[in-house]
Design a protein around this ligand. Structure first.
Ligand SMILES: *[C@@H]1O[C@H](CO)[C@@H](O)[C@H](O)[C@H]1NC(C)=O
Ligand SMILES: *[C@@H]1O[C@H](CO)[C@@H](O)[C@H](O)[C@H]1NC(C)=O
Ligand SMILES: *[C@@H]1O[C@H](CO)[C@@H](O)[C@H](O)[C@H]1NC(C)=O
Ligand SMILES: [Zn+2]
Length: 365
């Protein structure tokens, strides 16, 4: 290349990089923070998409470039998604029928995702595994069972799920189980059947504490939130819920519970589903950031995380269309004067704190 051309190339590169920095210094800072602190997302339903679209036939799917979903491995990379809790979901219609088989098949497809793409996804069972995966630049993949009906009221089944790698269980989905009430009790569309948690429900939580499995309060009734916060020895999570104070939807977390969560050092991982973000069918990134601001105001930055619910919902906000967009949201928090420390807590430090505490409380026998 002649010197003139070379100079021109050098200058235009300089101009371009200067421009992109000037265009959004917040995004640059977001990416720097995300290079040092793992972004952890609490809930993604890609395994459900694999079941409904491909009947779990992973050999028919290229997860690197998969289209028609919010999630693929290219988008994961672009979004700096370092840690994902994949949902093992069995619909409520399977309760008292084949819920356990559905759950096992979801767990199986998560294991096989990691086996098929070992350079990009790696199964993680502990906080240690998460740090190791982050160092190796692989997305740590953890398993959360969405719906207590999956255990068919059996503590033996619960223990076996732990052995298969399950590290949280959402106490229920959108149905009551024989031992816990769901959020639809609070809308009046389902009757209360357990007045919150039954005695067996309390035993389930104690067994989860003993095993080292996180208790997830997304989808439960408000009464259950309060009882579980009392009963659980370890801090609890909401893997995909937002703030009721911003959007009064019963799937969201009321202020009183946010304050209890602060006391008990648990976290709420903010859901991006339009209907929970704006209480309407449309929403945008800025409205999601409003939930982060609000939760910080009510209970502090130590109780916040990300729980996008990607591939589990049909409507997501403008500028958060898929998992490649997380850095936009992190940049928005910085633009709103969140400190680096607060952003790092929300990215992953809060969840890691909870998980480590859960691991400490664990008493194998
Ligand atoms: C998957 O992993 C390989 C090996 O580390 C890497 O070269 C590639 O960029 C990764 N792909 C994505 C989309 O992250
Ligand atoms: C996001 O939506 C809200 C409510 O419709 C609107 O007021 C706001 O201007 C939007 N923000 C952006 C950046 O589009
Ligand atoms: C952020 O802080 C700056 C400097 O203190 C202030 O001027 C600005 O209004 C703040 N922005 C927001 C969104 O709070
Ligand atoms: Zn859900």
């Amino acid at each position: 290349m002649g010197w003139q051309l070379g100079l021109w190339a050098a200058l235009s590169t300089l101009t371009l990089s200067t421009l992109s920095t000037a265009a959004d210094p917040y995004r640059e800072r977001a990416l720097q923070l995300m290079a040092k602190t793992p972004l952890i997302d609490g809930h993604n339903d890609l395994p459900w998409q694999l079941r409904s679209k491909f009947n779990n036939q992973l050999d028919k799917v290229d997860l690197i470039t998969l289209e028609g979903t919010h999630t693929n491995i290219n988008k994961i990379k672009e979004g700096r998604l370092a840690v994902q809790f994949w949902a093992a979901f069995a619909p409520c219609g399977t309760q008292d029928k084949d819920a356990m088989r559905h759950t096992l098949e979801q767990i199986d497809v998560i294991h096989r995702m990691c086996q098929k793409y070992p350079a990009n996804l790696t199964l993680a069972r502990s906080s240690q595994d998460i740090y190791k995966a982050f160092t190796e630049k692989k997305t740590a993949s953890l398993i959360g069972v969405e719906g207590g009906h999956s255990i068919d009221s059996s503590l033996g089944a619960l223990r076996t799920l732990y052995h298969l790698g399950v590290r949280y269980m959402t106490l229920t989905h959108s149905c009551n189980t024989p031992w816990v009430d769901n959020w639809l009790v609070d809308t009046g569309s389902h009757p209360s059947e357990n007045n919150g948690l039954s005695n067996f429900g309390v035993r389930v939580i104690k067994e989860m504490n003993r095993l080292g499995m996180m208790v997830d309060l997304a989808h439960v009734s408000e009464q259950v939130m309060k009882e579980a916060l009392k009963v659980s020895e370890a801090p609890v999570i909401f893997s995909h819920s937002s703030a009721y104070g911003v959007c009064p939807h019963k799937r969201n977390v009321p202020d009183k519970v946010l304050k209890l969560l602060k006391e008990k050092e648990g976290i709420v991982m903010v859901n991006f589903y339009n209907d929970y973000v704006s209480c309407s069918t449309t929403a945008n990134l800025s409205q999601v950031a409003d939930h982060f601001d609000y939760i910080r105001k009510v209970a502090g930055a130590r109780v916040i995380g990300f729980g996008g619910d990607y591939d589990g919902v049909e409507r997501v906000p403008k500028d958060l269309e898929d998992v490649s967009k997380y850095p936009n949201l992190v940049a928005e928090l910085l633009r709103r004067n969140w400190t680096d420390t607060e952003v790092r807590m929300a990215l992953g430090e809060n969840l890691l704190r909870v998980l480590k505490k859960v691991e400490e409380v664990r008493t194998p026998w």
